[in-house]
Design a protein around this ligand. Structure first.
Ligand SMILES: [Zn+2]
Length: 162
């Protein structure tokens, strides 16, 4: 993915995180999806006093996108307030992503220290290359990328029902 495009997608996720409704957990999460049409669709976690009615950032973005006619995504970004790139989609969200993303879809997990609002010509963030041990929290890497298949091996998806 083009670094400038990725930077913009990451920035969308941070902006969504800042809108999180997380009065109970205080754990804000933002997600952004790149649709096959090129749209950036972002979401945040939306908690509820009836805890089970809450929804994660990733699924907020999915339902927003699908309701607007965007049903295929080619990249996913997840951000939070955690300063290491260790927050990954929960199990339910991995399955939800599986419905609308190819297994090869990169899922970028981004530390809160990412320079989200830095100018495009600012210093490049450090990336953890696919295949490197994960999580690695002792270095300066701020982005971990894994494919959806790595996050959800041997998954059940739409192709199993055709
Ligand atoms: Zn989730």
């Amino acid at each position: 993915m083009d670094p400038t495009q990725l930077h913009a997608l990451i920035s969308s996720a941070f902006k969504a995180r800042d809108n999180a409704h997380a009065p109970y957990s205080k754990f804000r999460v933002g997600a952004a999806l790149l649709s096959s049409s090129g749209a950036h669709i972002a979401g945040c976690n939306v908690e509820n006093a009836s805890y089970g009615a809450g929804i994660c950032a990733e699924r907020t973005a999915i339902v927003k996108g699908v309701s607007e006619g965007e049903k295929q995504y080619t990249a996913v970004v997840v951000v939070s307030d955690v300063p290491t790139p260790t927050i990954s989609p929960c199990g339910i969200c991995r399955q939800s992503l599986r419905e609308f993303c190819p297994l090869s879809t990169p899922v970028y997990m981004v530390a809160s220290t990412y320079p989200a609002l830095a100018p495009a010509d600012g210093p490049a963030p450090a990336f953890l290359a696919p295949g490197e041990p994960w999580p690695r929290t002792t270095d300066e890497k701020v982005v971990v990328v894994l494919t959806l298949e790595q996050l959800l091996p041997m998954s059940f998806g739409p192709d199993n029902l055709t």
